[in-house]
Ligand binder design. Structure first.
Ligand SMILES: Nc1nc2c(c(=O)[nH]1)N[C@H]1C(S)=C(S)[C@@H](COP(=O)(O)OP(=O)(O)OC[C@H]3O[C@@H](n4cnc5c(=O)[nH]c(N)nc54)[C@H](O)[C@@H]3O)O[C@H]1N2
Ligand SMILES: Nc1nc2c(c(=O)[nH]1)N[C@H]1C(S)=C(S)[C@@H](COP(=O)(O)OP(=O)(O)OC[C@H]3O[C@@H](n4cnc5c(=O)[nH]c(N)nc54)[C@H](O)[C@@H]3O)O[C@H]1N2
Ligand code: SF4
Ligand SMILES: [Mo]
Length: 696
């Protein structure tokens, strides 16, 4: 029997809407959902390889309990009842002795996140960690400091933009499919693209203007752009007068940051900086200074992100067609979003977070997400209290937190380490128990609320039955919860029942998703009135250049620029990023994707390589203060001489994932665990390394 099932891809976290063609209970073909504008049937390489993952026998097939040392790879197969009982008994003992707060759960935010949050709230633990800080924590804090809302509530209107400036936002390789398609159309329709990156990548190759910036100096460039914009009065005066708080303070601050000053710091020609400021002003307000994710990750990252958002505000591009917009939820149309289990009443949690987020020591990062890279320290120091158990749910702290050696040392102190994963990831391999989740084509998931210009809801519907002895994450947590005596917080017996519960009061049923895979609350795009209807949630109700959030916490709104360190003799700044073929640390073992890219390479500047006696394809040793490893060199003119670059996510240790095992080098092994203590992001690019030729 043939059927088409609308669902959501999960080869990465973007969760593009898909149409799955099913033939006799097997997935025959996956394509993008043709009903969704911007997707129009398309998929990225990883999305197309979803079928390959489904039929891969190298993913985890049954629950497993460790039968040797941590990381020894010795496993005992277990039934679900046995594995759940094992985990629950251990958790129960830990909670009894050390309290619920000694249990942490770490996950890449996803649709069932409200279930994991419920689990922790019910056992009275504040220690829910998401990927957010690792990915864009300082962007989140920067947005809250300026607008009073976080980056998740802000969108980018690529479709109508006239000029977009990307700072290391490698949009054509670090893919969000809808953004790629929409921006390509905008470029075809005459939009301009300026790209700034110490490395010439695919996005650089598509840009009208490319600047090879000296790594880490984006903030200097932005201060100079602001200087020119204010000096030449290139800003949107009406918008700024109405909506900006702290304009004169900014004016005074940027006085000395001239383009000539920035040229020395960034390596970008002063005349070029002035030209960009003027061009952007001509096209305002339909312009975007993209605030990015992972481009420049340094200890002062929050100020770099703020400077980008300030540039947008000066151009009046907030809530403008072709600029940035504030996302609208169903509430705007008088309708209700999907329910979340977290709306229930929970017992009071008496202690603060173990990463100290929300305390005087670490006041500004978002406590809804925590700062995951602080967890190793929290475990090692037992300050403010011991953490005894960790559930890693679709997140790998060993590869996604810098300094694997330190993370491993911390995890080895835990009484219990559980992974809910689909793969033999490094963290699963190191765990005490692996609880295998059904992969996305095999599971119905919680509702995805799609806020934006047109609020929607989307559903991941199961396309085929699970191939192996796996379960949905929301069911796994419910079963553990039942054993711990908190079962009442999980009022469902199946995913269908949970989705039905979520849809109560929304006016929609599961049936409504069958037609197109999503439901829309309204048909028109909603823009707020820029004259008097912008709902900023700051104390001044304006965009706070002078930020009460920062200043109340004892930080400056406009700290003086600190010159960026030059790497010492024979040293380089290690920068990392993604490739179009793989997702973070998840897909390196997927057969087709592994064929396309099996290992990562170390990009190194031609002249620097020659001086070190390194030739293309030679093995080199990369060493930092915390780790070292071997990787092949890619010798190229297309990288700034101060930097070396590698793609994140290689060098896996899970031996049963045979194709990716020990292929390439893990960036996390080399990077130091340093944090922007104001914004919350890791300063991934503040590690300096030496590079040596190795005997072939
Ligand atoms: N060193 C270093 N660290 C980084 C980064 C970096 O560039 N370098 N980038 C940062 C960024 S931007 C991000 S967003 C984070 C991402 O960090 P992570 O969330 O850790 O990375 P992912 O590869 O998305 O997924 C992690 C785990 O989810 C598992 N998984 C995949 N699909 C499923 C599923 O359907 N169910 C379950 N239960 N598990 C599944 C994978 O096997 C993998 O073990 O990493 C951050 N950390
Ligand atoms: N194919 C694929 N697509 C993805 C993902 C994936 O894993 N795979 N992950 C998704 C996620 S979670 C995220 S966060 C995004 C990340 O998307 P991006 O934010 O675009 O991040 P990266 O891929 O890390 O690219 C970082 C770029 O910044 C450059 N860079 C390094 N230092 C500097 C600097 O000082 N200044 C400037 N201007 N640039 C610098 C690097 O050379 C690199 O090209 O991608 C998303 N899309
Ligand atoms: S961007 Fe690619 S991998 Fe990510 S959800 Fe979309 S199709 Fe899937
Ligand atoms: Mo990310």
């Amino acid at each position: 029997m043939n059927k088409d099932v609308f669902s959501l891809c999960f080869m990465c976290s973007i969760r593009c809407p898909i149409k799955v063609k099913v033939k006799d209970g097997h997935v025959d073909f996956i394509e993008g959902n043709p009903h969704v504008a911007g997707i129009d049937g398309s998929l990225c390489p990883r999305g197309s390889a979803g079928k390959n993952l489904l039929y891969d026998d190298q993913r985890v097939q049954t629950p497993l309990i460790r039968d040797g040392e941590r990381g020894s790879g010795k496993w005992k197969k277990a039934g679900w009842d046995e594995a759940i009982a094992y985990v629950s008994d251990k958790l129960s003992a830990i909670i009894k002795k050390d309290g619920g707060h000694s249990v942490a759960l770490m996950e890449r935010t996803q649709m069932a996140t409200h279930v994991s949050k419920t689990f922790l709230k019910a056992i009275k633990s504040p220690n829910h960690f998401t990927h957010d800080a690792l990915c864009k924590g300082s962007v989140n804090t920067a947005c809250r400091s300026l607008f009073g809302i976080n980056d998740g509530q802000i969108g980018i209107h690529y479709k109508k933009t006239k000029h977009i400036v990307l700072y290391g936002r490698n949009i054509f390789e670090s893919i969000n499919l809808k953004e790629v398609n929409t921006l390509m159309h905008a470029l075809e329709n005459g939009a301009k693209l300026t790209y700034i990156d110490p490395r010439v990548n695919v996005t650089a190759s598509k840009a009208h203007r490319y600047w090879m910036i000296r790594p880490g100096t984006d903030l200097a460039l932005n201060y100079a752009l602001i200087h020119v914009i204010l000096k030449e009065r290139l800003y949107d005066a009406a918008f700024v007068d109405t909506w900006v708080h702290g304009f004169s303070e900014l004016q005074e601050f940027v006085e000395d940051y001239t383009p000539q000053w920035a040229q020395k710091e960034t390596g970008i020609d002063a005349e070029q900086i002035i030209a960009l400021a003027r061009e952007m002003s001509q096209d305002k307000p339909s312009v975007i200074f993209h605030y990015g994710y992972r481009g420049a990750n340094h200890v002062d990252e929050i100020y770099m992100r703020r400077s980008l958002l300030i540039l947008n505000a000066l151009m009046g591009s907030i809530e403008a067609q072709g600029g940035l917009f504030i996302k609208k939820g169903p509430g705007y149309l008088g309708k209700k979003p999907a329910r979340k289990l977290t709306e229930q009443k929970f017992p009071k949690i008496e202690v603060g977070r173990c990463d100290k987020v929300g305390t005087k020591e670490f006041p500004l990062p978002d406590p809804n997400h925590g700062v995951a890279q602080m967890l190793p320290d929290a475990i090692l120091t037992a300050d403010p209290y011991p953490v005894k158990a960790l559930i890693a749910y679709r997140m790998d702290p060993l590869m996604s937190i810098a300094d694997t050696t330190k993370t491993k040392k911390a995890l080895s102190k835990l009484d219990l380490l559980v992974s809910i994963d689909i793969n033999y990831s490094d963290i699963a391999w190191y765990s005490d128990v692996i609880l295998p989740e059904s992969m996305y084509l095999e599971r119905t998931d919680c509702i995805m609320q799609g806020n934006g210009l047109k609020p929607q809801m989307l559903l991941r519907e199961k396309a085929v039955e699970p191939r192996y002895d796996t379960m949905e994450g929301a069911m796994i947590l419910k079963k553990i919860g039942e054993n711990l005596g908190i079962g009442d917080f999980f009022p469902y017996e199946s995913m269908d029942e949970l989705v039905d519960w979520q849809l109560e009061g929304t006016g929609f049923t599961r049936q409504d998703f069958k037609k197109k895979g999503f439901v829309a609350y309204g048909s028109e795009q909603i823009f707020y009135d820029r004259k008097n209807g912008l709902p900023f949630k700051t104390p001044s109700k304006k965009i706070e250049f002078k930020s009460s959030l920062l200043e109340d916490a004892g930080f400056e709104s406009f700290p003086a620029y600190t010159p960026v360190k030059t790497p010492g003799e024979g040293k380089f700044r290690l920068v990392v990023g993604r490739s179009a073929i793989h997702t973070h640390v998840s897909t390196q073992n997927v057969e087709y994707l592994n064929e396309l890219q099996k290992e990562n390479l170390l990009w190194i500047n031609t002249k620097k390589a020659a001086a070190l006696g390194i030739k293309n394809n030679d093995y080199v040793q990369v060493q930092s203060a915390v780790g070292k490893g071997r990787i092949k060199a890619f010798v190229t003119n297309f990288i700034h001489p101060e930097a070396v670059f590698m793609v994140h996510g290689f060098g896996h240790e899970g031996a049963r994932a045979k194709r990716s095992y020990k292929q390439g080098l893990s960036d996390a092994l080399i990077q130091e665990n340093i944090t922007d203590k104001v914004g919350g992001s890791p300063a991934y690019h503040d590690t300096f390394v030496s590079v040596k030729a190795q005997n072939r």
